[in-house]
Ligand binder design. Structure first.
Ligand SMILES: CSCC[C@H](NC(C)=O)C(=O)O
Ligand SMILES: [Zn+2]
Ligand SMILES: [Zn+2]
Length: 415
């Protein structure tokens, strides 16, 4: 334990480094990536890692820190994390303080024998990036020999879809040069004692439906209005949504984070149209957040959406191209997975193997053929990603460092 022999009130250096990272305001819509780059460069220099910063889009650095292995011909291990965090709501008129501490002060607050560290990004996902760095610091300090090369990748913009970050990176020569064999990426905290291990995720599919119809005076019985078409279409979409939920409740008794990824969800989140109350609008649209499970063929699912739109005489637009979600093999055939399971077992940790319900940068890695597992070291803690008052227990940070130290060592020494 990094704290042994040190009074609890004294902040361990690893925690000070973690808190410094949390204090950098890499928050959307204007993340401070420059300060973040400087911070990471300093970490790389201190630990003794090669450092490279590349920008596929100006001002959005992808940072690659490398530790060459003794057998650099072997496929490398990627330890990925994103540097950006989601916005915070600090207060509103009826609820003056959403946060107990300022979200970028990274306050270290005593909590019994432990400390809580409050900050945006403490769970999602600066804790993971910091654990990787501390684990490698420990391995280097202990003089451990690693045969595979390690690459720590710190990427921007995951929280807004990764288009200017991981999506460009995986297509680049820089990425090909990594000769990656396996990647670890983000997971999600668990209120229970197990760790989630995500081997796939649902494809985010934003779809806009636009209905057009008869216009006229708001006092009349006008047929085939845009709204009536959109309402009928929406009812059918919501019936589909119910059927997906029923599938889970029939199979598992309830919907949970561990089974949600097995079905497709949709939420109608933006309605647009109308000019004034007494004018029947010529058009009205609904934008829907659809999350397509990798267990169905995305093309077939989109054909189904087209057929529903067609039936209700509504136009359909797929806002961005969506690819079939790929899944990482979690059978005995995947030696990286077997190693991960072995290490976690040796530490008394169990995994819940699941499909991530939302989107992470792992989808880009899997798409270019890199087996990726999304994992978080956080357990027995409320799930606070994107939530007010995000915090972690300091003890979980130490547990995470221990877990990644063993995991990285074993993965990097796989034949
Ligand atoms: C669609 S890309 C934005 C990424 C975001 N990821 C998470 C984990 O919230 C999401 O799924 O909405
Ligand atoms: Zn995240
Ligand atoms: Zn997030």
């Amino acid at each position: 334990m990094p704290t042994s022999g040190i009074p609890k009130s004294v902040e361990p250096p690893s925690v000070a480094r973690f808190r410094e990272y949390l204090q950098i305001q890499t928050v959307h819509p204007k993340p401070d990536y420059e300060t973040c780059r400087e911070y990471l460069k300093h970490q790389a220099e201190e630990i003794g890692l090669e450092f490279k910063s590349v920008e596929y889009v100006a001002g959005k650095p992808v940072i690659i820190m490398s530790l060459p292995g003794t057998n650099p011909e072997l496929p490398s291990i990627i330890l990925n994390s994103h540097t950006d965090v989601v916005p915070v709501f600090e207060c509103c008129s009826i609820w003056p303080e959403f946060w107990d501490y300022p979200p970028f002060s990274a306050e270290r607050v005593p909590d019994g024998d432990d400390f809580k560290i409050y900050a945006r990004g403490s769970q999602d996902m600066k804790v993971v990036g910091s654990c990787y760095l501390e684990a490698i610091r420990n391995l280097k300090a202990a003089g451990k020999s690693l045969s595979r090369t390690l690459h720590l990748t710190f990427v921007p913009d995951e929280e807004i879809g990764g288009i200017d970050g991981m999506a460009y990176f995986v297509k680049s020569q820089d990425f090909k040069d990594l000769n990656a064999g396996f990647a670890l990426d983000e997971g999600i905290a668990n209120v229970g004692p197990e760790l989630y291990a995500f081997y796939g995720e649902r494809s985010p599919n934003n779809v806009k439906f636009t209905a057009r119809g008869e216009t006229g005076h708001g006092s009349q019985f006008i047929k085939d209005t845009a709204i009536s078409k959109l309402v009928n279409l929406s009812s059918e979409l919501l019936e589909f949504r119910d059927s997906q939920e029923n599938k889970l409740t029939q199979k598992y008794g309830e919907v949970s984070q561990s089974n949600l990824g097995e079905v497709t969800t949709l939420n109608i989140n933006v309605l647009e149209g109308g000019v004034q109350a007494n004018v029947v609008p010529e058009n009205f649209s609904a934008t829907v957040d659809v999350r397509v499970t990798p267990f169905v063929q995305i093309n077939e699912f989109n054909d189904y959406l087209k057929s529903v739109a067609n039936k209700h005489k509504v136009e359909i637009e797929f806002i961005h191209p969506v690819k079939q979600g790929q899944m990482t093999d979690i059978s005995e055939k995947n030696k990286y997975w077997v190693t991960l399971q072995k290490v976690l077992e040796s530490k008394g940790l169990k995994t819940i193997d699941a499909i991530f319900p939302a989107a992470t940068d792992s989808r880009y890695l899997r798409d270019v053929g890199i087996p990726a597992i999304g994992i978080s070291p956080l357990r027995n803690i409320p799930v606070l990603l994107h939530v007010h008052n995000e915090f972690i227990y300091e003890s979980l940070f130490f547990e995470g460092i221990g877990m990644y130290t063993d995991l990285i060592y074993e993965l990097a020494n796989l034949d």
